[in-house]
Design a protein around this ligand. Sequence first.
Ligand SMILES: [Zn+2]
Ligand SMILES: [Zn+2]
Length: 255
Amino acid sequence: MMKVTFLGSGTGVPLASRASPSLLLSTENELYLLDLGPGALRRLAHLGISHEQISGVFITHFHLDHSLDLVHLLFATRHPPVLRKRAPFFIAGPLGFNQFLSGLHSAYGKWISLPEKLLKVVEIEPGSHITGLCPRLTVRTASTGHTPRSLAYRFDHPRAGSIVYTGDTTCSQEVIELAQGADLMVTECSFPDEMPVEGHLTPALAGKMAHEAEVRKLALCHFYPEALASNISEQCRGHFHGELVLSSDGLVLGP
Ligand SMILES: [Zn+2]
Ligand SMILES: [Zn+2]
C-alpha cells in the first residue's frame, strides 16, 4: 500500500482553502512528510495523525513555504512526554541541509535541538538511489533547477507502484528521467501559460513533462492565485492525455 494525502496544495500565499506545500506519504506501517510548509502539522492533526507518528521528512528545498513547519516539528518533539516516548525519525533534505539546520539552531538554540539517537539528519545529492532509509521504499532523486540544490523525489514500492514528488521545479530533463514511467507524478503548476515565471511550471509545461516522462497519472498542486484564475486543466490537456487531477487540501491519491 502506498498513497499520498495533500496536507497543503497551495503556495506561500496564505489562502483559507489551501495550506502551504506538504504531502503525507503513507505505506503499510510508515508515515512520511514530503515538504513541511507553514500549517502542515496542524493539517496533519486534522486528519487525526500526531507528528509523533512520522517516521521521516523529505524536504525538496529551503524556501519557507516548503520548510517552515520543520521548526515547529523539532520544537513540538521537545515536549517532554513526546521526547520520552517517540520512536527515532529522520529529516532529509538537499545538499546544504546541515548548514540550513545550523542557521535555524543559531536562531532558536536549544528549543529545537534533539538527541542524536532520536533524530537522524540526512543530506541527499541529486541522482541518489537510496535503499534502507525507508522500509519497503526505494528513494531516488533528481535536480529540479528551481534553486541550485532543489530535489525531486521518486518513491518505488515493490508492489504498490511509484510516486514522484517534484516540489518546485523547472521543466527539467533530470526530473523527466526520474519520473519515467511513474504511476503518479505530483508536480507544481504555479502560474498560467500566459504568465510564465522563471523557476516554475505552467500547466502546459507540467503537461509536457508528464507526457515526456510517460507517467500514468498527473496531480498538479502549488497554485498561485493567478493559476487558480485560469483554466489549468485545458492548458495542461494540450500536452498530457493520461489521468489528470487538480489537487486540493485533504485529497488522497494512490499510484
Ligand atoms: Zn514553493
Ligand atoms: Zn520554491
